[in-house]
Write a protein that binds this ligand. Structure first.
Ligand SMILES: [Ca+2]
Length: 247
């Protein structure tokens, strides 16, 4: 069962979706459990070679030596997760998945488990989104301690702060589900839920021409950030159909 508090409750170490059951990747999906990738059938997406990146987004130079990407010490499923440590200002830590077929499916679904260490600051950081590899333009979801942010400098009608009913869990896994209907005009849809509770629903332009060709998990910090974010991801599924939190 989902959390009573939709990701906003008292931290609980054992979320029901972290049950350790071997996950069977559904058809027409890519499943990355950070043990290995189990499928890459459709929508023609694959973990991009060489696109694990650590930079300072303001300078374009390497990230802080105190920032890192590697296996996490806790996992929601299996024995490993993907762990980001982002230290200080303008850190851009990314793992990208590229689409080998354009156009993509009209409707794209992504489901991932995310865990924010309680030592992380409450200020905003970007967690995931779509990017156009050729020029870096993007739509990104960000999280503060008590807000979900949608940021896209190139799709101005999407720039929104979306309030949620309380602070996000810390030291506990949350189920994040994203749905995009790609449209460069007025018919796009962008939705996000936490533990099965909708927190973002936006209608309008959700794409560029040519379109976004990359999905990415990130920990990107702000220009004035001084804290240290520790964020884990596990059991990512990208599909052309809806993927639940369970199993
Ligand atoms: Ca795992």
């Amino acid at each position: 069962m989902p959390d009573a508090g939709t990701g906003l409750d008292t931290p609980d170490a054992s979320e029901a979706f972290c049950d350790g059951t071997p996950y069977v990747c559904p058809a027409n999906a890519i499943c990355d459990d950070f043990e290995d990738i189990t499928s890459s059938d459709f929508p023609g997406v694959q973990r991009e070679s060489g696109t694990v990146s650590q930079t300072n987004w303001m300078t374009g130079m390497p990230a802080s030596a105190a920032s890192s990407i590697g296996p996490g010490t806790t996992a929601c499923r299996g024995g490993k997760s993907l762990h980001f440590t982002a230290t200080g200002a303008a850190q851009s830590l990314k793992l990208a998945y590229g689409f080998s077929t354009i156009p993509r499916p009209t409707s794209l679904y992504a489901r991932v488990f995310m865990r924010i260490a309680s030592s992380s600051p409450g200020s905003d950081f970007e967690t995931m989104g779509m990017q156009r590899a050729s020029d870096g333009k993007f739509i990104s979801f960000g999280f503060t301690h008590d807000k979900v942010l949608v940021d896209s400098p190139d799709l101005r009608d999407l720039n929104e702060d979306t309030g949620i009913a309380g602070p996000l869990e810390r030291n506990a896994w949350m189920c994040i589900r994203m749905h995009v209907i790609f449209d460069a005009g007025a018919n796009g849809v962008l939705e996000l839920s936490i533990d099965d509770v909708p927190v973002v629903t936006i209608r309008g332009a959700t794409d560029l021409t040519p379109g976004f060709d990359r999905f990415q998990l990130t920990t990107v910090t702000g220009a004035d950030e001084t804290g240290v974010f520790d964020v884990d991801y596990d059991s990512l599924v990208i599909a052309d159909h809806d993927i639940s939190c369970y199993p």
